[in-house]
Design a protein around this ligand. Structure first.
Ligand code: PLP
Length: 429
């Protein structure tokens, strides 16, 4: 088919008429489909059901050092959980703290603690006139909501397939002492599925922050979440703590990780990896905050997986469920929108999302059109700080939750909506 921007007005009008007819037919089906949140599907959750059987009333509840996991004690995690989560994070266990059930919660607490008490003895952010965070965009809405909640000014940094625009990052971080942090999803980023190149990671490690309390918030949520089993189709990134240490900035990173999309979201293990100095700083806060996290869940995870090789095998079973879904969406996008000159999208090799860009000024209308036909998408703008996408073009597609059949239907509604809204936009011009 001819690209839309090459069509005459009459051609566009007849295309619009045909699309409107199709849309009316779809609407009459009263669909109820959801491509909005990055939740694992029921089939994926079932992969971890046996974890519920590894502990029962007759189980042995001691960890490997003899601590009774049913009781209070141990702030930073049982040693075998630190080892497993350390391996998952590519960090040695003595640089790990195991927290509760959510890495987002650790991120919130980290910002909150810095705000009220400061970072490693520096001035609490609440006493400063201005605190700024860099936000690679499009990015993860919940990161942005944390910094917005604390009144921190957020600065958009464009993402590229190699990672954030590092010229801009260096310019801000190295010259402005009000810049205290940057949100990063370095592997299979939310929403693009991009992974930072070696050059990007090295430039991060070699930053020379104007603020002594500047920290990189390295949210490695998708560290082992490949869609393909072949090693050549799996992204690998440099280990940031190690690179920061080598560059003489051992304290510059907080690395977050969780098993939310490995076992059960909301009932997994979350952990933080950082320098000894940062971990000690955080421990002081934790000792007031809690008497310890859920060690039984740590035990459950460790006994279920046994080792990292089994965790990778488990992720491959997730991939077998997710891969056809990603491919179904990508095929629909290519078949229905390829060559029309009205959209672009990413083809990730891992993670949970596809990032879609429409013509400028169309994203909100596309999301609304899909809703009209019973397909729920992440609200347009959500991938930007303050919910404001300056071009109104980005939409995050989450293929994981619906069944493959539902997803195929939802993808067809989506591409139809994109075409209809784009034709309308072009006719407006
Ligand atoms: N970080 C990123 C980048 C995510 O996409 C998500 C969930 O979608 C989370 C963190 C949430 O992780 P958790 O369940 O460990 O809080």
């Amino acid at each position: 088919m001819k690209a839309y921007n090459e069509m005459t007005r009459d051609e566009l009008l007849s295309e619009k008429e045909a699309l409107e007819r199709q849309f009316a037919e779809v609407k009459a089906q009263h669909l109820k489909l959801d491509m909005s949140r990055g939740k694992p599907s029921k089939a994926q959750l079932e992969l971890s059901n046996e974890m519920m059987d590894v502990l029962n009333g007759d189980s042995y509840f001691l960890d490997e050092t003899g601590t009774d996991c049913r009781n209070y004690g141990i702030m930073d995690g049982i040693p075998e959980a630190k080892r497993l989560m350390g391996e998952m994070s590519e960090v040695s266990p003595d640089h790990m703290i195991i927290f509760g059930n959510s890495s987002l919660n650790i991120m919130f607490d980290t910002v909150s603690r810095s705000y009220t008490h400061g970072v490693c003895g520096s001035t609490p952010w609440c006493r400063l006139d201005k605190v700024k965070f860099l936000c690679p965009v499009p990015g993860y809405d919940r990161h942005f909501r944390i910094t917005e909640f604390f009144g921190i000014e957020m600065i958009n940094i464009p993402m590229t397939p190699e990672g954030p625009d590092m010229d801009l990052v260096e310019q801000y971080v190295n010259s402005d002492p009000a810049v205290k942090g940057i949100w990063c999803v370095p592997k299979y980023s939310n929403p693009q599925g991009y992974s930072y190149s070696d050059a990007t990671v090295l430039r991060f490690a070699r930053l020379n922050p104007a603020a002594e309390d500047f920290r990189i918030y390295w949210d490695n949520a998708y560290s082992i979440h490949h869609l393909y089993d072949e090693p050549e189709k799996q992204d690998v990134i440099l280990e940031i703590l190690d690179e920061c240490e080598k560059a003489g900035h051992p304290d510059m990173v907080y690395k977050f990780i969780s098993t939310s999309k490995v076992t059960f979201p909301g009932s997994g293990l979350a952990a933080l990896a950082s320098s000894k100095r940062n971990l000690e700083d955080i421990s002081k806060f934790m000792q007031v905050q809690t008497i310890g996290h859920d060690k039984l869940n740590q035990l459950r995870h460790v006994r279920f997986f046994g080792n990292m090789a089994n965790m990778h095998a488990h992720m491959s079973r997730h991939a077998a469920i997710l891969r056809p879904k990603f491919e179904a969406v990508e095929n629909a996008l290519e078949k229905d929108l390829g060559g029309l000159g009205i959209a672009s999208w990413t083809n990730p090799r891992g993670g949970y999302f596809i990032s879609f860009d429409s013509m400028d000024g169309c994203a909100k209308a596309i999301v609304a059109k899909c809703a009209e036909a019973g397909v729920k998408l992440t609200p347009a703008g959500a991938t930007y700080p303050y919910g404001k996408d300056p071009k109104d073009s980005n939409i995050r597609i989450a293929p994981s939750f619906p069944t493959l059949e539902e997803l195929k239907k939802a993808a067809a509604v989506f591409t139809l909506s994109v075409r209809l809204v784009s034709v309308e936009k072009l006719l407006e011009a």
